[in-house]
Design a protein around this ligand. Structure first.
Ligand code: MG
Length: 472
């Protein structure tokens, strides 16, 4: 059984994600820190979800029972907690289900350097959790508890110090901000006003019922923001997910900005200021690669997950990184996805007089598709896929056997199986949580993308057939 998914532990409150789990996760993390001598101070925060108080209190009790000192930082964006942990504590716990629907909540661990906890660390905490072998402090050594309210101010000052605040504040920009009643309420509207913008807010009261829209800032959820930007004649619309590590933008015409376009636009902006490499997961669009290479820089691909992107950035000294879902990382500030920082960097771009709709037109066009194929054991199917003679299914004239490159098709195993064609790619990955395999494809025309997705689907079905045959 796995507890930690791609982004911490998550589930529906009081059925899949309970107070007992938060308590034992707190004990497990405390035991892990005790075992490895990782220090004694842990910051615990939460987003605006209704069950936040319950899960936070339980996690705190668990941590205290192991003798750790807890600082309660209450409601704040995940990147604000990460900023605080980096400078002030030895670890952090965030109670959040990020962009998941209202009824969900979860728990995420932050390492002492402010980055997301490593997969290895998660695996050990998970092992402690299931073994139930918790470190229990002596009666006179249980932990102490305090709270700190200074954190949002410190975080906002940190952002302001890392952007061109002078240029932004003289530009007289009007911005509509929709934090979606999530953790961004306490930061982004205030930050943008301090940067000299005229700020209009929507859904800016913290409310765990999320009355205005769902926590995920998709195009479908942001109708009110798009309309308000247009009606107000604003320069930009900004929306966050529930814990404000991600951002979505609306241009001055009221149109939603595709997150892959955002990634490419921001890569261009960062590289204009400073040359270096850019890091992104293998699921990202070729848009960011094209922009990066057009600036004479290198794009580095990683496995899917913001922790993989952040670690690769640290390892290579990259100047920028991010995912095609609005989670962008600016290393001069910190090595984690940061929604408010991304909004501030976007203001820098607009302050130079450029319109977001025009910037979007400068990004090369690609067509993407994603398919789900239901299979019994997705990991096994993808393993089987790697033993297949690929040239049968992938529309290539190549005659090379399994797993090596096939003709002019390059085989890439960074995450699942990625096939690079001269004019596009297919990515095949097992889902970690559901019985399905995902097939992604991209090329510069809709027809070719559909064809590539078709090859990918055929390969998965062939592999699933072989797995079934072997079982019989
Ligand atoms: Mg999030």
């Amino acid at each position: 059984m796995t507890l930690f998914g791609t982004n911490g532990v998550r589930g529906i409150v009081n059925s899949e994600m309970t107070a007992d789990m938060a308590l034992n996760l707190g004990k497990s993390l405390g035991t892990y820190m005790h075992r490895h001598g990782l220090g004694s101070r842990v910051a615990v925060g939460r987003d605006t979800r209704i069950s936040g108080d319950m899960l936070k209190s339980a996690a705190i009790a668990g941590l205290l029972s192991t003798g750790l000192e807890v600082v309660d930082v209450d409601i704040l964006p995940t990147p604000a907690l990460q900023y605080y942990v980096r400078d002030k504590t030895d670890a952090g716990v965030m109670i959040t289900a990020s962009h998941n629907p209202r009824e969900y909540n979860g728990l995420k661990i932050v390492a002492g350097d402010g980055t997301e906890f490593s997969r290895q660390g998660e695996a050990e905490v998970e092992q402690i959790y299931y073994a139930g072998e918790f470190h229990a402090a002596q009666w006179n050594e249980t932990g102490s508890f305090s709270s700190d309210q200074t954190i949002l101010r410190t975080y906002m000052d940190g952002i302001i110090s890392k952007v061109d605040a002078g240029t932004i504040s003289t530009a007289g920009l009007t911005v509509v901000v929709d934090p979606g009643c999530g953790a961004g309420c306490g930061v982004t509207p205030i930050l943008l006003r301090e940067l000299g913008c005229r700020v209009i807010t929507l859904n800016a009261q913290p409310d765990g019922t999320f009355p205005g829209r769902a926590p995920e800032p998709t195009r479908e959820e942001l109708g009110d923001l798009m309309n308000t930007v247009k009606a107000a004649g604003a320069d930009l619309g900004v929306a966050h997910d529930g814990d404000a590590d991600r951002v979505a933008f609306v241009d001055e015409k009221g149109e939603f900005l595709d997150e892959e376009d955002l990634l490419a636009i921001m890569a261009g902006h960062v590289l204009e200021g400073k040359k270096g490499s850019v890091v992104t997961p293998v699921s990202s669009s070729l848009k960011v690669r094209d922009v990066t290479e057009s600036m004479g820089c290198e794009l580095l691909w990683t496995a899917i997950g913001s922790i993989d992107v952040a670690r690769k950035m640290i390892e290579t000294g990259a100047v920028f990184g991010g995912e095609g879902n609005g989670g962008l990382i600016f290393p001069e500030f910190q090595y984690c996805r940061d929604g408010a920082m991304t909004a501030a960097r976007m203001l820098e771009i607009l302050a130079s007089g450029r319109k977001l709709s025009e910037l979007k037109q400068g990004i090369p066009e690609y067509y993407n598709t994603k398919k789900k194929i239901h299979v019994k054991d997705p990991k096994q199917v993808v393993e089987m896929l790697l033993t297949l003679d690929l040239h049968e299914g992938i529309g290539s004239a190549g005659d090379v056997g399994s797993v090596g490159d096939v003709g002019d098709v390059k085989v890439d195993r960074t995450d699942g199986l990625k096939l690079w064609y001269p004019d596009g790619w297919i990515l095949i990955r097992p889902s970690g949580t559901e019985p399905l395999v995902r097939v992604y494809a991209e090329s510069s025309t809709a027809g070719r993308t559909a064809e590539l997705a078709g090859y990918g689907t055929d390969l998965v079905e062939e592999a699933a057939r072989k797995v079934r045959q072997e079982e019989e």
